[in-house]
Ligand binder design. Sequence first.
Ligand SMILES: Nc1nc2c(c(=O)[nH]1)N[C@H]1C(S)=C(S)[C@@H](COP(=O)(O)O)O[C@H]1N2
Ligand SMILES: [Mo]
Length: 172
Amino acid sequence: MLGWPVSHYGPVPRFRPERWDLRVFGATADGDEHTWKCDEFTARPRITVVADLHCATGPTSTDHEWFGIAATTVLELVPPALGVTHVMAWAEYGYAANLRLSDFATPETVLATHHNGEPLTAEHGFPLRLVVPHPYGYKSPKWLRSIEYLTEDRRGFWEERGYHNIGDPWTE
Ligand SMILES: Nc1nc2c(c(=O)[nH]1)N[C@H]1C(S)=C(S)[C@@H](COP(=O)(O)O)O[C@H]1N2
Ligand SMILES: [Mo]
């Protein structure tokens, strides 16, 4: 792993375990929203994914080893309704990234708790960060707090400010 800069908009949020939860809401198959406290969520089976992190406006850092819960596990625990095409990944302070369901649902997408064998640091997203290896880094929200199932696309934080909606570094 070469030179890993910290880059994000706004301050680093403070983790308050008693207030923290992860919420899945929007167009769920059963119409309900689901929340997990931190330890309930991290009791799920975990996977390791090795990937580079491509910042759209800065350097690419390479060979990150992420460890956490697969996005496919979230989709199994809380199935989306028929007709869900996108998800919005929401972080603290209203940061959000929209993703095609097909990008969120790849086996490499991970809700990461660890990086290179250590818990995430505060600056890199502790306690939970979404990592979607293929698109640009702005599609990988740090301090993840909820996943919203969408039946049509909507723009996230950087996408609203002119970043590419899909964020594929290989086709831009
Ligand atoms: N919550 C949040 N997550 C974020 C951002 C942000 O501003 N807020 N910036 C994104 C961008 S543009 C990049 S390139 C990566 C950088 O991740 P790093 O600081 O771990 O290198 O975080 C992404 N996740
Ligand atoms: Mo970025």
